[in-house]
Design a protein around this ligand. Structure first.
Ligand SMILES: NC(=O)c1ccc[n+]([C@@H]2O[C@H](COP(=O)([O-])OP(=O)(O)OC[C@H]3O[C@@H](n4cnc5c(N)ncnc54)[C@H](OP(=O)(O)O)[C@@H]3O)[C@@H](O)[C@H]2O)c1
Length: 278
């Protein structure tokens, strides 16, 4: 298949290029070759490539920064995603839109399924959700892939932040009252490679299995790294980030399972593999 990856220089984008190129003919765009906020350029680019599938992994991903740069987050995540959807409509391409667990408010208390009520708390979550709405309104051939707590080799992430902090701090405070599923970009890219082979369009939750708090996640990181760090559990309120985040945003990969795809491995196994290769 001919696959266009938009946002190919992002953390997920890099792994998408590596993994999807194994079985597909790949084209890529980066922010330098295509700014998705430019609707004409977006349509022209997608038309020239005429792909079977577009994987849209570009976004304004600074969750805290989105609170003070709401217009920019809206332009990229909402209007940019609309532009990509309009372009896919012109070429009849299927679209993979990458979305987030932050579309939920975290009050459910059990894992969220695909058609549970969304209620984003942050500007970032709201803009990512409105991107979904455009995709659903404009297209019939789409896969909305909601994922969470991403990490990979090609971008800064929670693990690299923890390891860096440990170089200069003996004690690190980590939030213990937000629960989610850390997800490895390699495993997500492999899942997307499987998904696009089937015209089983719709919304999918795709994360590594099992869940933890950021505090438990940090504990495991330092255990694997063999580093003795004094970790201090703190509440969200004590930590005090600009953007509100859901307390519990575990995603049940329900449609993924129902479609017959294999269970995605535990975040613990994925984390060990990632850290061995660091
Ligand atoms: N990271 C997470 O924990 C997480 C969790 C759930 C869902 N997601 C979603 O997963 C997807 C990939 O995330 P990621 O972590 O790989 O993000 P990332 O590393 O920040 O990559 C996003 C890419 O989009 C590019 N971009 C920004 N504005 C653009 C524009 N106007 N036109 C074209 N490209 C633009 C960025 O370029 P610059 O770097 O030059 O700005 C960057 O290369 C996103 O949709 C994100 O919302 C991420």
């Amino acid at each position: 298949m001919k696959v266009l990856i938009i946002g190919s220089e992002g953390m997920l984008g890099h792994d998408l290029v590596d993994i999807l190129s194994e079985e597909n003919e790949i084209s890529t765009t980066t922010i330098d070759t295509l700014d998705i906020t430019d609707i004409e350029k977006t349509i022209e680019t997608v038309k020239n490539i005429n792909p079977d599938v577009v994987v849209h992994a570009a976004a304004f991903t600074d969750v805290d920064g989105s609170e003070s740069k709401a217009d920019l987050a809206y332009q990229v995540n909402v209007l940019g995603s609309r532009n990509v959807a309009v372009a896919c409509r012109e070429t009849d391409s299927a679209l993979v839109y990458i979305c987030t667990d932050y579309v939920f408010d975290g009050t459910k208390g059990t894992p969220y399924q695909e058609y549970d009520q969304t209620n984003p708390l942050s500007v970032y979550g709201k803009t990512k959700h409105l991107g979904e709405v455009y995709v659903r309104d404009l297209l019939s051939k789409f896969y909305i892939v909601r994922t969470s707590w991403l990490y990979g080799y090609h971008g800064p992430n929670f693990i690299t932040t923890m390891l860096k902090l440990a170089e200069t701090h003996d004690t690190i405070s980590v939030v213990s009252d937000q629960i989610g599923s850390p997800t490895y970009t390699v495993d997500l890219a492999k899942a997307i490679a499987k998904l696009i082979k089937k015209p089983a369009y719709g919304i999918y939750h795709v994360t590594n299995s099992d869940h933890c708090s950021w505090y438990e996640y940090a504990q495991l990181i330092f255990e694997i790294a063999g580093k003795d760090i004094d970790l201090k559990p703190v509440t969200t309120e004590e930590f005090g980030s600009p953007a509100p985040r859901p307390k519990y945003s575990v995603l049940d990969n329900y449609n993924w399972k129902m479609e017959g795809f294999p269970k995605i491995r535990s975040y613990k196994d994925a984390l060990k593999e990632y850290m061995q290769l660091l």
